[in-house]
Design a protein around this ligand. Structure first.
Ligand SMILES: [Zn+2]
Length: 95
């Protein structure tokens, strides 16, 4: 595996961490969106192109990957977050 690359839990692609959203599971078992890659704990990554995650809700990939139950509302939060991030990326690359 290339250094700094992570596997997207949704589509399975390997991408640089910078192009992915990190989800972290804290010791307390809480799953958080880790925007700044600073939360200590087990991490899972979703790439920005997986911003239509409705199909992944059914498979519950996040719960499986982080081995804890994730509220369905959390998927909506992630979806919003991914959309905002992919918009930002597009703005940056358009310069
Ligand atoms: Zn993906």
């Amino acid at each position: 595996m290339l250094k700094g690359y992570r596997k997207c839990i949704c589509c399975g692609s390997f991408l640089p961490k910078e192009q992915m959203l990190r989800l972290a599971r804290t010791k307390a078992g809480e799953v958080l969106i880790d925007i700044n890659n600073k939360i200590y704990g087990r991490g899972s990554y979703i790439c920005f192109s997986c911003n239509d995650i409705s199909k992944f809700k059914k498979r519950n990939v996040i719960s499986k990957s982080l081995k804890t139950n994730v509220d369905i509302k959390f998927y909506n939060e992630i979806e919003e977050c991914l959309k905002n991030l992919s918009i930002k990326i597009k703005e940056v690359s358009a310069d």
